[in-house]
Design a protein around this ligand. Structure first.
Ligand SMILES: Cc1cc2nc3c(=O)[nH]c(=O)nc-3n(C[C@H](O)[C@H](O)[C@H](O)COP(=O)(O)O)c2cc1C
Length: 261
């Protein structure tokens, strides 16, 4: 991309080696530091040009929670790195960046997690009234082994120290930040033709143990990540009759909550 000002900030994601030498914001681990004033930090650009803009909306519309459409191939390293780089560029309260990503590919670990999730699937089904259990039964809720790659997204509430700017009155903003990283990851993956499926049928203690999380770091999501044959146009839960999307007009309110359009 041309940069007449010479202040270009590259769209190319940082390579692992580059990340080791570039620490935005001072301290070694993204902790406090003196303000940065060098030219590389200057802002750039406003709206995207029309094709790029269309691409953003296309990825948003195309994005699906994927369970059954994984090809069985493994996402290649450079694509995976770009996707993780997109996740790592998410906004975060106080710039605390409370997320980490554990990439899991060991077949035994994938199989162990899949078996654990299968147990929780059964437990959930058994707690449903019979008519809902019948709707739920054919719905696939994970592609852990087929995707070939699991990404455990974790959250560290202590990241950023005791005074996280903006979190004082709304403590959940920490977790919101980690979830935004997931959404960035999801959209970038979609743009790359890589499917993502969020799995939450697990006991957090089991998953923490499976991937060796230290005390204080908790799992927020297991994401199944892998190339896909296609993206469904309608969410699985809608196709299988579990629950449909609401129209936007039902979700938008004006002035007070009581006045949905
Ligand atoms: C926090 C969260 C947890 C989810 N957990 C699961 C899950 O355990 N299994 C599953 O099949 N889908 C899971 N999903 C995917 C949702 O079912 C899916 O996003 C929703 O049905 C809408 O479909 P779409 O993402 O394809 O638009 C989860 C999504 C979110 C945001």
């Amino acid at each position: 991309m041309d940069d007449p000002t010479g202040h270009l900030i590259s769209f190319e994601p940082d390579s692992p080696s580059r990340q080791r030498v570039r620490h935005a914001g001072g301290g070694e681990n993204g902790t406090e530091g003196s303000p940065r004033t060098d030219d590389a930090d200057r802002v750039r650009g406003t709206a995207l040009d029309a094709p790029a803009r269309a691409g953003v909306y296309e990825a948003i519309h195309l994005r699906r929670d994927v369970r059954a459409e994984f090809t069985g191939e493994t996402v290649d390293e450079s694509t995976l790195w770009r996707i993780l780089d997109a996740a790592h560029r998410a906004p975060s309260v106080g710039n605390s960046q409370p997320w980490d990503f554990v990439v899991v590919r060991d077949p035994d670990r994938l199989a162990a997690f899949a078996a654990h999730v299968a147990e929780h699937r059964i437990a959930f089904r058994d707690g449903l009234p019979p008519e809902r259990a019948a709707v739920f039964e054919p719905i696939k809720i994970e592609g852990i082994v087929e995707s070939g790659t699991g990404i455990v997204v974790t959250h560290d509430d202590s990241r950023g120290g005791p005074q996280v700017l903006g979190r004082a009155t709304v403590p959940e903003t920490g977790v919101y930040s980690t979830v935004l990283a997931i959404q960035n990851l999801w959209l970038a993956a979609t743009a790359e033709g890589v499917g993502v499926g969020w799995v939450s049928f697990y006991d957090p203690a089991f998953l923490s143990d499976l991937v060796g999380l230290p005390t204080g770091i908790r799992p927020i999501a297991w994401l199944c990540v892998g190339p896909v044959r296609e993206f469904q146009t309608v969410p699985d839960l809608e196709r299988f009759g579990w629950r449909s999307r609401r129209p936007l007009s039902a979700a938008v309110h004006h002035e007070t909550f009581g006045t949905a359009d």
